[in-house]
Design a binder for this molecule. Structure first.
Ligand code: MTE
Ligand code: HPA
Ligand code: MOS
Length: 748
């Protein structure tokens, strides 16, 4: 089934935040933010700006009736800075006026005096000064201290990986309107309508039932709207509460880039020990996460880094520690992979370092250590239905890696200006929110008596195709045509207490809840088809009722009318909570993931050794989709995730100066992959298995895992540099921008 949004997207008919019809009298809001990264606010004067043309009000911390607090995990982040600022881009005030233009003019007239304080941007420095968001955590398996003596080879090193701008095409925004009795409705471009609702309730000091949050779809989220869509929704709601007017905020790109957090940069120290047959016996790693100035989702992101610290490898002795370091940068946040990619990057760096020191291919070490059924990970989960070896082998054989390797070696023998590099990148990614409590969802289904169906769940459509998968759940369960099914906007009045659409679990959680609702309805409908027969004999296919597989003369629409006339409920509300999973934080052990997703990719790159530029010749993938319920959408997720991962590893370079000022603050200074940076060939082979019971229709979650194939881009480039400049000692420091490649090509 093609994506149900495809037609409207192409025709420009799809509704995003900025397309929501504006009410007459709508006002516009613009945040005013800090121009220094750490300071006391000694004076704030908005009087001149207030007098500026078209300005209705300027809101600051003192206008907040409830708590000036938006921190989700830890209450450490004010909506409006009060007394001090902790990062450049922190919002101090909200300007509300009759047009955006007037607000922009007024913003220039606000006067603030700062008494500047020392700025920290480096996570290692923050850790030294004990500036931590939460105490450090460690995951341990076996005993690394005892294991080193049994290792034939031990290597130590450091890896650094930078952040990443989400660059959702639709910037952050929200539009708030007053309802009766002080109630408010907010359209929000958020992955988490409930987080927006709860935070509005907290800041405005009104109960959650007075706040309706509605989300039609996002023009991309990628994690950037899991937590950081919330403040904008709260700001417009506050303005609506005070002014009793509709208020809209739609962020300008540079404001968005400056004010919002990004993927977390990490720095890591590692130590890896191997036996002579290349088994990794011990791995120690210390991660320094650059959290920025407030917690946001950093503690959860840090936890997922620890969960994925050994990627797809079984290591019997592991000690992984992580520090969430508080710096004077915008709070970093969720981004596709949620700390997992950074955890994997460090062990891949360790493996590459070991391989180069031993003069062998990293793939030899990777292959020798892939997880198998029964492998225990550092957090105690014992793997079943592993596909690490199977996807590896299928990848090697299907794409004839042996010949590719030979061809690349021959090329490098005969070429000096251009060198090719190869990297194999296996992945293993845990599916479920790491916080067990969040793994729940609800679905509300109405069948109208004309036979059409409307569905509400907690899932937010952000381009990943979850709504199409939800339609498929309905059509497959009811045996009706997709044209009968409509997925409504995500709305906190219809479905309450939702988890964000995140952790790649949107389709699984909401799809399972929907499946339960549809099955319950079906069980009520079947006996109505024929009172004389066992309901088990009844089925519906292609809009017709069947008995024992034989078509009857009753249609779906007839059956629904019978149900209605017999006063049978045609509405169902169902709840799903992932079974099996649990995790004990006091022991750092448990079974946090419903299942894991596996896959293997092979990267081939050509580096121009004169210019330092590169082109990816091919990326060949064998991916574990389980039993994919939608190959087109799932392939789209692989391609999009892969290219986003390649961008992170190659071109996208976030630069803050020492004063915490974002230098890569626009698309002219922050390079994202374009069509020319997409690999010349992306081949995706579906590794079809029996799938997993806890995946919706056995079709495994696909949203985040493919991003991690992108790590291979970094190591393929490094392989090519090594072909040009053998024996050189190279740091591991992503992204590999052409400038850095050029320097490494000629490094002595
Ligand atoms: N794909 C598109 N087109 N746009 C997005 O914003 N977000 C990714 C992934 N794929 C995203 C996307 C992220 S970070 C997650 S967690 C999942 O989609 C969320 O959706 P799912 O749980 O339905 O897979
Ligand atoms: N993944 C993504 N988002 C999250 C998670 C997670 O594990 N936990 C909380 N938010
Ligand atoms: Mo995705 S980072 O879990 O929103």
């Amino acid at each position: 089934m093609i994506n149900i949004d495809a037609q409207n997207h192409v025709k420009g008919k799809s509704i995003y935040l900025d397309d929501v019809q504006e009410l007459q009298g709508t006002l516009y809001a613009l945040p005013f933010d800090a121009t220094v990264a750490h300071a006391k606010i000694t004076n704030l004067d908005v009087s001149l700006a207030l007098k500026s043309k078209g300005i209705v009000t300027i809101l600051t911390a003192k206008d907040i009736p409830g708590e000036n607090q938006i921190g989700g995990i830890i209450p450490d982040e004010p909506l409006f800075a009060d007394g001090e600022v902790h990062f450049r881009g922190q919002v101090i005030a909200l300007i509300v006026g009759t047009s955006e233009h007037h607000c922009i003019q007024a913003r220039k007239l606000i006067r603030v005096d700062f008494e500047e304080l020392p700025v920290i941007t480096d996570p290692r420095e923050a850790q030294k000064q004990n500036k931590l968001i939460i105490p450090p955590r460690s995951f341990r398996l076996g005993n690394t201290a005892d294991a080193w003596a049994q290792c034939d080879h031990v290597f130590e090193g450091r890896s650094d990986v930078n952040g990443q701008e989400h660059l959702y095409i639709e910037t952050q925004g929200a539009y708030s309107r007053p309802k009766e009795d002080g109630s408010i409705v907010v359209s929000s471009s958020t992955q988490s309508p409930t987080a927006v609702q709860r935070t509005i309730s907290r800041v405005l000091d009104i109960p959650m039932h007075k706040v309706e949050v509605d989300t039609v779809r996002l023009g991309g989220g990628f994690g950037g709207k899991e937590d950081q869509a919330t403040p904008w929704g709260v700001m417009v709601a506050l303005a609506t509460q005070i002014l009793h007017k509709p208020v809209k905020l739609s962020m300008h790109r540079m404001d968005d880039m400056r004010m919002t957090g990004k993927r977390h940069p990490y720095s890591a120290d590692f130590k890896i020990g191997l036996t002579k047959d290349l088994k990794i016996l011990a791995y120690e790693v210390t991660h320094f996460q650059n959290a920025g100035a407030a917690a946001d989702l950093s503690p959860a992101v840090m936890e997922r880094t620890l969960f994925h610290s050994t990627n797809a490898y079984y290591v019997p002795n592991v000690s992984a520690t992580a520090y969430s370091c508080k710096t004077n940068l915008p709070p970093n946040t969720a981004f596709r992979g949620f700390g997992g990619p950074q955890g994997k990057f460090a062990i891949e760096a360790a493996i590459v370092k070991a391989a180069e020191s031993l003069g062998i291919s990293p793939a030899a070490i990777q292959k020798a250590n892939l997880v198998v059924d029964g492998s225990e990970l550092s957090y105690g989960q014992i793997l079943t239905q592993t596909e690490a070896h199977a996807t590896w082998t299928a990848c090697m054989e299907n794409y004839d890696y042996a010949s590719q390797k030979k061809r690349v070696a021959d090329f490098n023998q005969t070429n000096t200006r251009f060198k090719k590099g190869l990297a194999v990148q296996p992945i293993c990614f845990g599916i479920s929110f790491t916080n067990t409590m969040m793994n729940q969802a609800r679905a509300l289904v109405h069948i109208y008596y004309d036979g059409s169906v409307v569905v509400s769940t907690g899932a937010v459509e952000m381009g990943q195709g979850v709504n199409t998968k939800l339609v498929q759940v309905v059509t497959d369960t009811f045996g009706i045509d997709a044209s009968r099914v409509r997925i409504e906007s995500t709305n906190t009045l219809r479905v309450a207490n939702t988890s964000p659409t995140a952790a790649s679990a949107g389709a699984d959680l909401n799809g399972k809840a929907l499946q339960i609702a549809c099955n319950n309805l079906l069980e009520r409908l079947k006996p109505l088809a024929n009172a004389e027969v066992d309901p088990q004999e009844i089925s519906i296919m292609e809009e017709w009722v069947y008995r024992k597989g034989v078509k009857t003369d009753m249609r779906w629409t007839d059956l629904i009318m019978v149900a209605f006339t017999k006063r049978i409920a045609l509405t169902e509300n169902a709840h799903y909570a992932t079974p099996v999973i649990h995790f004990d934080k006091t022991k750092e052990k448990g079974h946090p993931f419903a299942y894991h997703v596996y896959g293997t990719s092979i990267f081939e790159v050509t580096v121009d050794c004169l210019k330092g530029t590169y082109d990816f010749d091919s990326v060949n993938i064998v991916h574990d989709f389980g039993k994919s319920m939608n190959h087109t959408i799932d392939n789209g997720q692989i391609e999009g995730g892969l290219v986003q991962g390649i961008g992170w590893m190659t071109l996208e370079e976030i630069v803050y100066n020492e004063q915490g000022r974002l230098l890569s603050n626009a698309l002219s200074t922050y390079k994202v992959p374009d069509i020319y940076s997409v690999p010349k060939e992306i081949n995706i082979k579906h590794h079809d298995t029996q799938g997993h019971e806890l995946a919706i229709k056995k079709s495994k979650a696909v949203g985040e895992p493919p991003l991690m194939y992108g790590l291979g881009a970094y190591f393929a480039i490094r392989d090519a540099i090594k072909a040009f400049n053998p024996g050189v000692e190279l740091a591991v420091n992503a992204p590999y921008t052409p400038e850095k490649v050029l320097m490494d090509l000629y490094r002595q």
